[in-house]
Design a protein around this ligand. Structure first.
Ligand SMILES: Nc1nc2c(ncn2[C@@H]2O[C@H](COP(=O)(O)OP(=O)(O)OP(=O)(O)O)[C@@H](O)[C@H]2O)c(=O)[nH]1
Ligand SMILES: [Mg+2]
Length: 401
């Protein structure tokens, strides 16, 4: 196996990336570089000084198996307990009347957001709720079935058929996936003036049964899109502590990774890296566009361009075209163009033409040497602040990691 394909086992959870960045608007830029280019400078940075992990490394392919972003689930609520028909009887009180208790209700199945989860891999294909207990003699009611909580990651969309029935996008969000059946009635329930000795009792009802489709739409603030080999994963490694695989061949990244950039004011910005997109991806070329669901909810985008490639400006046009094919208007989100690999000579030559063709400023940097990373980090913070302010103005709580 090529060493470039190897993965730190610390990033076993495919979407977990914990950056330890602290950034002051002006002062800490020097420190930034220390952290971003650990191999160039000898460092006193705590994070960079860590010993490399000795855990077994996982390849991207293996890691893909741990990451599941859609699941079909059959849920069945618990059955209600049966009511009982019996009569009270004790010495010297032979006809004590009906005393059959009601059955307990079946337990519901509830989907609940768990912030620790990053994929749907722990969700099983079927769940059966807890049944309620049958009623008993002496008016004893059966115990209701306990609630069954199914933890799901934040950003899970619940569909039934083609209809979206729930969007679990905030910590603690819950959705009752299947109701438990009602408990049956004991014969005591049917006691009436005109019927002093009812023998009727009813059985518990079966729980609700549903087939649901869960779909994960990763919640990150920023989404990185680019052609294969543009250096998206290298950039995520450089600005956060996420450890996506990096290698010199296309489609190294097979599933999304999220890295967290920490700022000095305790702000955390989650940046998602998704597989590369090529021209014609909407016709299922390359890895297609299905994984774009993971950047659909990002507030702003980073278009990562390989500046050393011939005519890099066409990459931005193609990316915007493909994004719009996936979802109209997606390319119009606030964005910044990142021109990567500025350390290479042909990249420097391409930069002025790229700026002119785009009609907007591109941030030229190198994910490998760490050159100019601070400009990107400051721009990300600006875009994040604007997005958070826009959210607040619309009365929505900004996403917090
Ligand atoms: N010289 C130079 N090489 C870079 C730079 N950034 C990335 N690379 C190299 O480009 C190649 C691809 O990098 P990746 O980070 O895997 O690219 P990617 O965009 O994630 O690729 P996919 O996952 O396949 O979409 C690797 O060999 C990197 O070492 C850079 O700034 N300068
Ligand atoms: Mg990659």
């Amino acid at each position: 196996m090529m060493p470039g394909r190897l993965f730190s086992a610390g990033s076993r959870s495919a979407l977990e990336g914990l950056g330890r960045w602290t950034l002051a608007p002006q002062a800490a830029l020097g420190r930034l570089l220390q952290c971003t280019a650990p191999r160039l400078l000898s460092l006193s940075c705590v994070d960079c000084a860590k010993e490399p992990s000795r855990k077994k490394l996982l390849s991207e392919k293996k890691l893909k198996r741990h990451f599941v972003d859609h699941r079909r689930v059959l849920v069945r609520g618990g059955r209600g307990g049966d009511g009982v028909s019996c009569f009270h009887s004790e010495p010297r009180k032979e006809f004590g009347g009906p005393d059959g208790g009601d059955g307990g209700n079946g337990g519901h199945i509830i989907l609940r957001v768990d912030r620790q989860l990053k994929s749907l891999s722990s969700v099983l294909s079927q769940y059966q709720g807890f049944d309620g207990e049958d009623g008993g003699r002496k008016n004893c009611f059966g115990r209701s079935g306990a609630l069954l909580y199914v933890p799901v990651p934040m950003g899970t969309l619940v569909k039934e058929g083609n209809k979206v029935v729930a969007d679990l996008s905030h910590p603690g969000d819950e959705y009752v996936a299947a109701l438990g059946g009602a408990g049956g009635k004991g014969n005591r329930f049917f006691l009436a003036n005109d019927n002093r000795a009812p023998v009727t009792c009813t059985s518990g009802e079966p729980g609700q049964e549903r087939e649901l489709f869960l779909e994960l739409k990763t919640m990150a603030h920023a989404g990185m899109v680019g052609f294969p080999n543009a250096g998206k994963s290298s950039l995520l490694r450089a600005i956060s502590n996420a450890k996506p695989a990096v290698a010199a061949y296309p489609f190294t990244t097979l599933n999304p990774h999220v890295g967290i950039v920490h700022y000095e004011d305790h702000q955390q910005v989650a940046v998602a890296d998704v597989p590369g997109i090529i021209r014609g991806a909407h016709q299922n070329r390359g890895l297609g566009l299905a994984f774009l669901r993971h950047i659909e909810r990002c507030g702003f985008l980073l278009f990562v361009v390989d500046l050393a490639a011939p005519e890099p400006w066409t990459q931005v046009e193609d990316l915007k075209y493909e994004l719009d094919k996936y979802k109209q208007g997606l390319s119009e989100r606030p964005h910044v163009v990142v021109a990567n690999k500025i350390d290479l000579p042909q990249a420097r030559a391409n930069l002025p033409t790229l700026q002119a063709r785009l009609g907007e400023k591109a941030i030229a940097l190198s994910a490998v040497t760490g050159e100019n990373l601070e400009e990107l980090l400051l721009r990300i913070k600006e875009l994040h602040d604007e997005h958070a302010a826009a959210n607040l103005a619309q009365g929505r709580q900004p996403l917090r990691w």
